[in-house]
Ligand binder design. Sequence first.
Ligand code: AHR
Length: 328
Amino acid sequence: MLKRMSALLLVGATVMTMAACGSGGSGPASSGGGGGDTLTMGFSQVGAESGWRTANTKSVQDSAKAAGIELKFSDAQQKQENQIKAIRSFIQQKVDVIAFSPVVESGWDTVLKEAKNANIPVILTDRAVDSADTSLYKTFLGSDFVAEGKKAGQWLVEEYKDSTETVNIVELQGTTGSAPANDRKAGFAEVIGADPKFKVIASQTGDFTRAKGKEVMEAFLKSNPDIDVLYAHNDDMGLGAIEAIEGAGKVPGKDIKIITVDAVKDGMQALADGKINYIVECSPLLGPQLMDLAKKVAAGEQVPTRVETEETTFTQEQAKQALPSRQY
Ligand code: AHR
């Protein structure tokens, strides 16, 4: 009995554990898109690093259930090697469709070729890859992260339009090498770069987590006494930084203006409370569109190579109005 329980625990602990949604996770894969068979999707998630990610996972799992798709879900714990292992396991299990949110942009060609050779269509969701061969995946569903960075920069330009003084900015970047970190940095830099009064005096990764955001902001505050603005690539890092700013005896939103990306509930609450000044939305509710695309690619239908998420921005006043009905 004890042996059996240990074996079960071991299986539960392994990274490759597939939490099947719907019927059993290791059942035979069916041919997708017709004949009444259940479609099977292997989904490799980045991890559980942020409120955004938690909402995204829920959206994918709920939508798979609603669409009658059997989901084999794998959490990569922010590690590319875990995602590659998961994708190889999905190939072995002959799933109908593979979907994944790549933790970083580079280094996917080999495993994507393996999926292509096995005739399993791949959908990129949330984050892109930088593979030159775009035939390695069917479509990419997600946000325009460069546009998000630009929106953050545009708010800043407008906020300081009447000032001629230098604006000292610190930046908390997302996971190094990830598409949202690369693109949000680039979009923001492009917009503020047009005016030399904007100076990014420190920029470092906070890995999209609250704990790292706090830690890095503490270091920024120690080495830079005159920070005017914090640009954080997501709400969680911004929320961690708020703790650091308050710990240093400063008032977030006033002494240091804060711009973040995502618009998850905790971020929106901080915005409504005046601790954040502006949030650029990045929607995690990708599940329904992902399931639609999965059904189409499994049936051999043509789909657009890029499906972009619609999103908005929030001021403090807009956050107060939006909060009561915010889903995540
Ligand atoms: O890829 C989307 C980003 O990843 C979100 O903005 C961030 O919160 C998450 O961890």
